[in-house]
Design a protein. Structure first.
Length: 78
């Protein structure tokens, strides 16, 4: 289980790095494209389990998320 939650900025950056559309992320995670859009725009914060599913999907594709304590610091490729 991950301790740090994925941020909207990290999700946008990871999708861009992987060249994934919101629909592709939705297809890979089973999370609705609407939920992803609302999260990335800062209109809502999904359940922790939803964020964990997104993060795990990105990590399986080679993205590493960087944190300093609980603060998000960025992403990098594995």
């Amino acid at each position: 289980m991950v301790n740090e939650l994925l941020t909207a900025a990290q999700a946008r950056a990871a999708r861009a790095w992987l060249n994934w559309s919101k629909q592709e992320l939705a297809d890979r995670t089973g999370i609705s494209e609407k939920t992803i859009t609302r999260f990335e725009l800062g209109h809502s914060v999904p359940y922790a389990s939803t964020l964990a599913k997104m993060r795990l999907t990105f990590e399986e594709a080679g993205i590493c998320f960087q944190f300093e304590g609980a603060a998000a610091k960025g992403i990098r490729i594995r």
